[in-house]
Design a protein around this ligand. Structure first.
Ligand SMILES: Cc1cc2nc3c(=O)[nH]c(=O)nc-3n(C[C@H](O)[C@H](O)[C@H](O)COP(=O)(O)O)c2cc1C
Length: 327
């Protein structure tokens, strides 16, 4: 059966998974303002999902970690990003994602965080291709289409070895963050390597969609990369900070202060409603991103940084006589 990936209009412009940024609240805002071709959840530990449930002897529906996997219909198509180095855990979690109604499962093979790598997950997968392939096969047991997000190598670029290993499992899509693990985010993304990745795809798994990732700031730039490199699409991450309109083509500099304030307030309302277990301070990244670029923004931002609840945030906006709601 054809998966949702094959039915999408190309080129694809997709929203990157970003822990504590692309949570259910921000995804809802983006889905309402400017939906991308595909959304990703934040990454979720397959082992964590399993052990939390086992320890408490609870049903999947009672598992607090499942809260990180809630989404709304308007976010479709949406893929759940999972990480694990144990095939049986991946199989369990991917099946759970199928039950939850996700359109696909994505496997994180690029995260450089030490606590993730210690578990043999994220970028550490690049060093154990046999296990990486077993993890892809395990995710497939869910019946969902499986995609992978990775980097160009670990200590150095090893595209010719690593990418064919992944392609031998014919994932539906492969997103390549165009840096090595060692480079973290400290150098510019190597977009010059993308034509080589596309050629590897053509040779080893012609149906796999190739998405490039790294440093793209606007939709126009993303379109240009597709034209220049032949990839099927681009994944955008940090460009969406302070700009939930990104996928309409609007650039951050074009967004008016009053639009920013309304979007930020709406985000805080959604955050309260959809992620009750998360601490309000997680929103502070968004305060920084939305509240900048006009006279008085710095003062407002520093006042917002002191707030600890939706009520306090609303009080600050009221004090500044800002319009934040259409009601
Ligand atoms: C705050 C933050 C959280 C992130 N969380 C994840 C994650 O959960 N899973 C993942 O695969 N990548 C994660 N990333 C990496 C991004 O998906 C993306 O690969 C990276 O930011 C480069 O793309 P960009 O230049 O378009 O932002 C995260 C990045 C940031 C900045």
């Amino acid at each position: 059966m054809e998966s949702f990936w094959q039915k999408l209009n190309k080129p694809l412009f997709v929203l990157a998974p970003m822990a504590d940024v692309t949570d259910p609240a921000y995804r809802r805002l983006i889905a309402e303002y400017a939906p991308p071709s595909v959304m990703w959840t934040e990454f979720v530990s397959a082992d964590g999902l399993y052990h939390t449930r086992e320890k408490a002897g609870m049903k999947d529906s009672e598992n607090p970690l499942v809260r990180d996997l809630l989404f709304r219909e308007g976010e479709r198509p949406i893929v759940a990003q999972l990480f694990s180095s144990r095939p049986e855990m991946m199989s369990y979690a991917a099946k759970l994602c199928a039950e939850l109604g996700f359109d696909g499962v994505d496997i994180n093979m690029g995260c450089p965080d030490r606590s993730i790598e210690k578990q043999g997950c994220g970028a550490a997968m690049i060093k154990s291709p046999e296990n990486a392939k077993a993890i892809i096969r395990a995710a497939r047991e869910s019946g969902l289409p499986v995609s992978v997000k990775t980097r160009i190598g670990y200590n150095q670029e090893t595209l010719d070895e690593w990418i064919p290993e992944l392609l031998s499992e014919a994932p539906e899509a492969l997103t390549v963050h165009l840096r090595t693990r060692k480079e973290m985010s400290n150098v510019s993304a190597h977009w010059d390597l993308m034509p080589r990745i596309v050629a590897l795809r053509d040779k080893h798994s012609p149906k796999t969609l190739i998405l490039g990732n790294g440093d793209i700031k606007t939709l126009a730039e993303a379109k240009q990369k597709v034209e220049e490199t032949g990839c099927d699409g681009v994944m955008l991450g940090r460009a969406v900070f302070g700009n939930p309109w990104l996928f309409t083509g609007r650039e951050t500099s074009e967004i008016l202060p009053e639009e920013r304030i309304k979007a930020l307030y709406t985000l805080a309302v959604y955050f309260n409603e959809l992620t009750p277990a998360k601490h309000f301070h997680i929103l502070k990244k968004h305060f920084k991103a939305f509240v900048q670029g006009w006279p008085g923004a710095a003062e407002l931002r520093s006042e917002l940084m002191q707030t600890g609840s939706l009520e306090e945030l609303t009080a600050v906006l009221d004090q500044h006589k800002l319009v934040y709601s259409d009601a």
